[in-house]
Design a protein around this ligand. Structure first.
Ligand code: 5GP
Length: 135
């Protein structure tokens, strides 16, 4: 994986407002928050997209996401939030090191706006079987 701004943050070469760190995970405030408390949770494993992440790094992230979310809610006073995880430039990824956004959603509307154009499912059984077989 190529060098990213998050590699530099992990090495302490550029500063961040860190909120959590363990042997496999770092969490810090987003420099351009969508809403107050917007936090990024990243694995220390240098991987560009989620599909390439090891089971161990994924487990380490999954273990701390709920706890970090609870702390953000407690501090910001928000009671709702989105977890966003982008993979690929067409899917709005700008930093090619896996990261999970935790974005508080406030009653006044501050937070993530989601555009969601849903349709009717087509051949659900066949598609599910193909995905299951590819796992
Ligand atoms: P993406 O669009 O890749 O999912 O989101 C990347 C996020 O990283 C953006 O929300 C952006 O504000 C954040 N970001 C980019 N550079 C820095 C930085 O140097 N420090 C911090 N704390 N956040 C950054």
């Amino acid at each position: 994986m190529s060098e990213t701004i998050f590699s530099k943050i992990l090495r302490g070469e550029i500063p961040c407002h860190s909120v959590y760190e363990d042997e496999a995970v770092l969490a810090f405030l987003d420099i351009n928050p969508v809403s107050p408390g917007h936090t990024l949770v990243i694995p220390k494993e240098p991987t560009a997209t989620l599909d390439q992440l090891s089971d161990e790094a994924a487990a380490a992230i999954g273990r701390v996401l709920p706890r970090i979310s609870r702390a953000i809610l407690a501090v910001t006073g928000a009671t709702e939030f989105n977890v966003l995880q982008n993979n690929g430039p067409g899917a709005h990824q700008a930093v090619f090191h896996v990261h999970f956004h935790i974005i508080p959603k406030f009653a006044d509307g501050r937070g993530l706006g989601v555009g969601w154009s849903a349709g009717a499912i087509d051949d659900g059984a066949g598609l599910a079987a193909k995905i299951a077989a590819a796992l």
